[in-house]
Design a protein around this ligand. Sequence first.
Ligand SMILES: Nc1ncnc2c1ncn2[C@@H]1O[C@H](COP(=O)(O)OP(=O)(O)OP(=O)(O)O)[C@@H](O)[C@H]1O
Length: 759
Amino acid sequence: MSVSPDRETDGTLVDGTPEHAAELAREQAYVTTLYVKLDAERVEAQRRLDVTLKQTGGTPQARTERDVATTLYSDRLAQLGSVEQGLCFGRLDFLPEQDEETTYIGRLGLFDEDDEYRPLLVDWRAPVARPFYLATAASPDGVRRRRHLRSLTRKVTGFDDEVLDLSAADQGQDLGLAGEAALLAALERRRTGEMSDIVATIQAEQDRIIRAPLGGVMVVQGGPGTGKTAVALHRAAYLLYTHRQQLTTRGVLVVGPNSTFLRYIGQVLPSLGETGVLLATVGQLYPGLDADGVESREAAEVKGRPVMADVLANAVRDRQRVPEPVLEIEYERDLLKLDRKTCAEARTRARRSRRPHNLARRLFVSDVLDALTRQAARKLGEDLLDAQDVQDIRAELAADKGIAAAVDSLWPKLTPEGLLDDLFAERERLRSAAGKLLSEADRTHLESGREAHWTPADVPLLDELAELLGEDDTDERAERRRRDRVERAYAEGVLDILEQDDEIVDEELLRVSDVLDAELFAERQQARSELTAAQRAAQDRTWTFGHVIVDEAQELSAMDWRLLMRRSPNRSMTLVGDVAQTGAAGGARTWDEVLSPYVDDRWKLEQLTVNYRTPAEIMAVAARVLAELDVDLKAPTSVRETGFRPWAAPSADLAADLPGFVAGELSAVDGGTVAVLTPAARAEEIRELLAADDERVSVLTVERAKGLEFDSVLLVAPDEITGGSPRGLNDLYVALTRATRRLGVVQTGDAVPALDGLG
Ligand SMILES: Nc1ncnc2c1ncn2[C@@H]1O[C@H](COP(=O)(O)OP(=O)(O)OP(=O)(O)O)[C@@H](O)[C@H]1O
């Protein structure tokens, strides 16, 4: 290669030189054409939507066509709107022998219709984009150069090149990073309180997880800051792109630990053009409730134990009673009697049906009515009655309020909420249902933690009860089946019409026949009532998702897992977490323990090893805590150093000292975010202390800070954090690893040995 002042020795252009400026101008020109194309697509999608919306009336077929087209164009418009920022962020140039054209990579695919649909921009999720994330100097996959484009609004502000030849193979590749300059720039930026997407800088170990096959259970274990949350969300976007057919109708569920966390990650998927994902906490997975009540750690732990499934099953059985010894019922100025034996037989038959309580009730009621009818008939003189008379008597008995009340007292209709409320409120009921399954102390926790609000740990119990109780919706279902038949016949006709109409099916969108058969179509049409799959799923407890992603999965209890497994009967799941960060008393110690009841050993473990968040200086402190937790656990390797050493300071008077520490950190992070992490018992006091309304400062317990990150972290009273729970050291580890730049420890009490040596 000839030596040029415009070039580094590896052939990359030197910033500030004329050749660099010329190249930047060429990239700007190309990116400008992409935005012109994007604008044209928007105009066209809007035009088609307007035309569609203007159509009114017509046959049912015409209305259906219109609804399909409206949804397609609205989705398309939303997608085109979401990719404005950083539309194109990468470029691949291939080795001459590859005979491949230069490829530009971005947030969605754009094609040139006038040139045989030549790709102008390749969606990051498309297979051809893969070398952008995977190619390395040692294994270049035909790639000669990878370029990261930097931009601000529609202006290209710069680019970073990597030439993938072997002479570069050992440079800065210890961690196998791709696009190191772009990556470090992304990591250095100030945090805003909302997570950003990482499409431009996904690393190879992350890419393999994002693009793993849809089926089966995959666990992604990784230390703090290794990008588990980022990977989980990008995986959702990838799966929706690659398996749209399967996933748009059933939807994707992403479960997070609390609402603060969901707000933090809420913008990532929309920024990737995906809106059809349901983000929820376990506490939100029981329709009609947003269970955010607070209770003691002990009560939550007991509620999460697997034996609670048996306790609840017993509680339901306890409500299926028989008279002791006879129940007398007044009927038409006479007395009918229900004896223990008759009722016990009816109960056995109903239980043996294995139907849920409210459905088995029909059998019980029917047997009891038969017995009462026989009695009433005998009194009237059996010989005088024909079959119709007997049937009439039965119908009258069935309609009698006194008899209904008597039957109810033996086998009542129950709701999950009513039953759980009674169970925790009435000592005797709980004692009977728990038997030896819970100790007296356990029961006291359940009784004493009663609040007006349902708590997150109540939700899996309510869900379990909903399964045990069932809902007697026989009449509704018959009506639904009738509607289904009509809709399906109708859908077959509509599919034919759509197939023939190119106006309706945009080339960039999926062809209707690719994604729908008549059955699916009918299913969608039913739901067409303006709701997305995610919205419908949120209202339907029995909804099963196409894929379930769980973040901070280590925190879930055994009962939470039972609920989630019901939502994913096909076991298509991605579970991300870190067993070293488990804070919940009933959370996971090992993944095997969590999963073996459901999938035995048929699950796959993937690991993430590089920490993108926490600088090496802070990670060195956290690693000491981790070693104390378990010598076999290895902390992830930090991708960068900041040169800033974490500090510790004693404080005998927090009220006097803390505001000053916070102000110091705020100015040090220059517009960034500061978190004050506190033991739960001090949270209120500290919130009052720092009452000044600065949205850059958050006061959080470690539990609430899980999964979040801040430019600076001030950790108050670490000794109270470690001493505050049986998993105190895990909590300390979580707290230390929330910082992206700075860490300060404010000691109010005893020193914590693992933190010795902080300056
Ligand atoms: N490839 C990447 N490019 C740019 N930023 C990244 C990349 N991977 C991760 N990050 C950033 O690193 C930070 C940590 O990522 P994330 O929160 O997903 O980690 P985590 O493993 O879920 O952490 P924790 O276990 O502490 O919750 C985030 O700011 C994320 O955007």
